[in-house]
Write a protein that binds this ligand. Structure first.
Ligand code: 1YM
Length: 658
């Protein structure tokens, strides 16, 4: 039944083989991230169809065998023959890189970074794929597979036959099922949490669409684990959701929508009574956590509109206190969503928008509309509250600035200052040096003895550091634990941070594998997220991974980081093995700590990304914020006290192993 394909197909299919040779180029990685990326490719096509007004439902099903089905009720991928390729539109879409009419159309030109590389990449990296299209009262189907030919070469994403009509149909839409190829991916297991979070985000960003997720691998109360999302309010619902743990100072978010120079702009804003700022931006539904021109445009507009108001209100005088942009952004929660062509992504992780037209367009649209909203008499109280808030913030900032300058002067005056508890390293080359932030004095002691003092410095932290949530910058600065970190880093902090002065290339958090350790780690990550964001984007922050078990017999020791590894090791050593479970870092002697956790050649470090830190911040707000209800809910959903390790919480904050 497998038919030989014509010469023109062979050309096409070579593209798929190239994808298989270098999967990373197309989906970023062959780890968990890449695996999820596959799903986003197919989901994006389904969401686009709904966003363009065709259909309103998208469903995702993760099957027991880790294959995935995505279904929409749009027009269906075109089934007619492609005039040049002489095969169906469906076949073109799934076998040609960047195929199809869609790529000439505005929606598809947005592929920047890794997004939008297309459904054919998913086919190329799957062991099999089935596409069903329902259109014009008929059902069509086509199957693809990847197999080894007689010479042992992999043939990727080859059609088993042409698109075939299989019967009548009473619905419209596209259904794609695929099995990620285990010859390509290190893991085939999609994370329900990751997938549901992203689908929720897409439901906020595309308000017409109803999205459902079913996980057939997991049963809950006799049903499959599932989630459904539909937000009629779109990004207005999004900011309300983001503010759920906080106390908004006005009930209805401000919504700004407009189009300029080909850039479609939607912004939703709701202020809360906290001191933190949260701007969440997206371009063509892709998150841009590193910010970029759109965020810059938004911030200048906000500053300009507020400055104009402050000036009219007589708050800004030529002499004396001036307001800065930051002062206006205390307690700001905003979602920015842009739709535009020819997107340029920049930055370390290609998640920063570079297009200059986005800055001018956002600035113009937001300035004009925000000024109107705040001039509206119905919003007079909000306008007055915002000015008062900014005024307070400016006074505090001024006080903090004075204190900070003092701090920096101190650093300069004393050269390498002696931080009380810091055991510094002897090496003077910051690029080589590492700073370990260690939970507890006893572990700190072992780390001090076990380290390589030429490049490893140890700073033991006593007890739990101050919870940074809801603390003003001046309070954080005067806390002893944070002060010692700030001083040890030697590069100022917050707006005074100066990366060129940073004394350590790696800052490694070492905490116990228990609830307390997870808590301390989350607080420290929140601290870096709030005051040293650049350190995160530049990849300076790490989490050390002490082993949870030692399995040993006679003189052989195997250190294990998960329960599975432990079981495997026990099996390997056979009869007579013993297991030591490390409840804390303090239980390891200096040599063991060095060998398992500190020695560069044998340790496993997790590099913390900005997303991880942002998640830790969310976790900290929930666990320590004032909303007891959501705290309970969070703990019930995320923290498993029976679990032997703290992997449950680690899940929430951490990436793949570096
Ligand atoms: C479960 C995944 O891929 N749906 C989907 C894809 C397409 C269309 C409709 C579609 C688009 C257009 C015209 C158009 C795609 N079509 C193409 C191409 N769901 C899923 N639903 N007609 C149908 O944009 O012009 C690529 S994707 F290239 F064939 F037009």
């Amino acid at each position: 039944m497998t038919k030989e394909y014509s010469a023109s197909d062979i050309q096409v299919l070579k593209g798929l083989d190239a994808v298989r040779r270098r999967p990373g180029m197309y989906i970023g990685s062959t780890g968990s991230r890449g695996l999820h990326h596959m799903l986003w490719e197919i989901v994006d096509n389904a969401i686009d169809e709904a966003a363009n007004g065709f259909g309103d439902k998208v469903s995702v099903t993760i099957h027991k065998d880790e294959s995935v089905t995505v279904e929409d009720n749009g027009r269906g991928i075109p089934v007619g023959l492609h005039p040049e390729m002489k095969v169906s539109g469906v076949e073109v879409v799934f076998t040609q890189l960047h195929a199809g009419g869609k790529f000439d159309n505005a929606n598809y030109e947005y592929s920047g970074g890794l997004h939008g590389v297309g459904a054919s990449v998913v086919n190329a990296l799957s062991s099999w794929m089935i596409v069903d299209v329902f259109t014009g009262g008929k059902q069509y189907t086509q199957e693809f597979h990847s197999y080894k030919d007689s010479k042992g070469h992999i043939q990727s994403g080859r059609p088993k036959g042409p698109l075939t009509e299989v019967g009548p149909a009473h619905k419209r839409g596209t259904v794609v099922t695929y099995m990620p190829d285990k010859r390509v991916f290190e893991t085939l297991s999609l994370s329900f949490d990751k997938v549901s979070k992203r689908l929720r985000e897409l439901a906020f960003l595309t308000k017409t669409v109803k999205i459902s997720l079913t996980d057939e691998r997991v049963r809950e109360d006799g049903k499959y684990k599932s989630a459904q999302y539909n937000f009629q309010g779109g990004i207005v619902d999004f900011v309300k959701f983001l503010n759920k743990e906080k106390t908004p100072i006005h009930e209805t978010p401000i919504l700004i929508e407009g189009k300029k120079d080909g850039v479609e702009i939607s912004v939703a804003i709701q202020f809360n009574d906290s001191y933190t700022e949260g701007v969440f931006s997206f371009v063509n539904n892709i998150p841009t956590p590193e910010g970029g021109t759109h965020e810059t445009g938004f911030k200048s507009a906000l500053t300009k509109v507020m400055n104009d108001m402050a000036r009219s209100a007589g708050l800004i005088k030529d002499k004396g206190l001036n307001f800065s942009g930051e002062d206006y952004r205390e307690g700001l929660c905003a979602v920015i969503s842009l739709k535009m062509k020819n997107v340029q992504f920049e930055g370390q992780t290609k998640t920063k928008l570079g297009n200059t037209e986005a800055r001018t367009a956002v600035e113009a649209v937001v300035s004009e509309q925000l000024a109107m909203v705040l001039a509206d008499l119905n919003n007079a109280k909000l306008a007055a509250d915002l000015l008062e808030k900014a005024h307070k913030a400016a006074r505090v900032r001024e006080a903090a600035r004075k204190a900070k300058n003092l701090e920096r002067q101190k650093n300069k005056l004393e050269g390498a200052p002696l931080v009380g508890k810091l055991s510094s390293c002897t090496g003077k080359e910051p690029k080589e040096n590492e700073l370990f932030l260690v939970e507890g004095d006893s572990a700190g002691g072992s780390a001090k003895q076990g380290r390589d003092r030429r490049f490893q410095a140890i700073l033991p932290l006593r007890g739990k550091p101050l919870n940074v949530e809801k603390k003003r910058i001046d309070q954080v600065m005067s806390n002893e634990e944070f002060r010692s970190i700030i001083t040890a880093l030697g590069a100022g902090f917050d707006s005074a941070y100066d990366e060129s002065a940073l004394k350590y290339d790696k800052v490694i958090i070492l905490s116990d594998a228990d609830q307390d350790g997870a808590h301390i780690r989350a607080i420290l990550l929140t601290f870096f997220f709030r005051y040293y964001r650049e350190m995160l984007t530049n990849g300076h922050v790490y989490i050390g991974q002490p082993p949870l078990y030692k399995v040993y017999k006679n003189s052989e020791n195997i250190y294990c980081y998960t329960e599975d590894e432990m079981k495997e090791a026990a099996e390997k050593l056979g009869k007579g093995y013993k297991i030591q479970r490390y409840k804390g870092l303090g239980e390891m002697n200096p040599e063991q700590l060095w060998e398992t956790t500190m020695r560069p050649e044998s340790r496993a470090l997790l590099q913390v990304t900005i997303e991880d830190a942002a998640e830790a911040e969310t976790m900290v707000s929930i666990l320590m914020g004032d909303n007891a209800e959501s705290r309970k809910e969070y703990i019930a959903n995320n923290v498993n006290f029976n679990e032997s390790s703290s992997e449950a919480d680690m899940e929430v904050m951490i990436v793949e192993r570096a």
